[in-house]
Design a protein around this ligand. Structure first.
Ligand code: FAD
Length: 285
């Protein structure tokens, strides 16, 4: 974990773009409340294939122009063309956006053509070529290995390739197993990969949703945790309190080991993330 200790510990937040006006109003309130965490930036997800393009842009515009926070749009390249990516980059640049989370995304069902970018590394190379150092580029990392990688050595090889195209830092898929992160960082160090790799943190608020989501993105919910969460049945308060304890403990363990901050998947809710963030001790750099 040595390589990570030289980086300042910062908090950041992720939102998804609301589909309705009501959702947007709720998100505005969440942003106001959760801003108490003083995040370094607020990122906004993007539907692969461009399905949320307008809503992502609207949410980014709100954060960037109506709040004191920096917005970081996610940008997926699967199904996109160089022209469509360039058009978005220009809009973000004009808004004063300084950070982009650059991803491949997953081809939406029914869409056959991957477009002009096959992997996130192609997108990173393209952005660097077209826009130089205009944007700080975040990429995705997978301590438990991306589900499509044949094995973790191959996954790491392509991760290194992606870093080498000009990424500045990485955010991980969420995990509940501290060792997966620790060993992933050690493996990165062994392969000469040196950039901040910020753990992605998913607060626990709903057992069924967590299982479904984890299955689709390849994140593991350890058996002991599944058993405990399942046992709460209809006791929502009990599950929330237990989930908060587990995730707070994981976050503190990560920070104490030298992780360069935490990136919270807020799911557009204030309390679960804010309660965890407020009880953490960050290193004073
Ligand atoms: P890549 O880095 O391109 O990797 C994808 C797979 O291809 C991996 O298995 C990798 O090993 C392999 N690979 C990479 N390069 C090569 C190569 N040259 N040759 C052969 N194999 C290769 N999805 C969304 O739709 N919208 C979002 O906003 C979004 N935000 C995310 C934020 C974070 C922090 C994370 C961790 C994930 C996010 N995702 C999002 C999900 C992400 O799009 C998926 O996990 C997707 O399957 C992979 O994207 P990637 O950028 O990691 O792809």
């Amino acid at each position: 974990m040595q390589s990570q200790k030289k980086y300042a510990q910062k908090l950041s937040l992720e939102f998804f773009p609301p589909r309705t006006d009501q959702g947007m109003e709720k998100l505005k309130t969440v942003i106001k409340e959760i801003g108490a965490m003083q995040p370094e930036y607020m990122s906004v997800t993007y539907g692969a294939g461009g399905s949320t393009q307008e809503k992502t842009l609207e949410t980014v515009r709100f954060i960037q122009t109506q709040t004191e926070f920096q917005a970081a749009p996610h940008l997926t390249c699967i199904g996109a063309t160089q022209e469509s990516v360039m058009a978005l980059l220009e809009q973000y640049d004009a808004l004063g956006v300084k950070r982009i989370v650059a991803l491949r995304g997953d081809l939406p069902s029914g869409m056959m053509d991957p477009g002009e970018f096959k992997y996130a590394s192609d997108l990173i190379a393209f952005i660097r070529q077209q826009k130089g150092d205009t944007f700080h580029l975040e990429i995705a990392a997978y301590p438990e290995t991306h589900p499509q990688a044949r094995n973790c050595a191959i996954g790491l090889k392509w991760f290194k390739h992606k870093v080498d195209q000009g990424a500045d830092s990485a955010i991980t898929q969420y995990f509940y197993n501290f060792d997966s992160y620790r060993y992933f960082i050690d493996n990165c160090e062994k392969h000469g990969i040196d950039l901040p790799i910020i753990p992605g943190i998913m607060p626990i608020t709903n057992y069924e949703n967590l299982l479904r989501f984890s299955q689709s993105c390849g994140a593991e919910v350890p058996r002991w945790l599944r058993c405990r969460l399942e046992s709460f049945e209809d006791d929502k308060e009990g599950l929330l309190a237990f989930g908060r304890d587990v995730v707070t403990e994981l976050c503190q363990q990560l920070l104490d080991a030298g992780a360069p901050g935490l990136h919270f998947y807020s799911m557009n809710n204030t309390e679960p993330t804010l309660q965890i963030a407020q009880s953490l001790r960050l290193r004073q750099d």
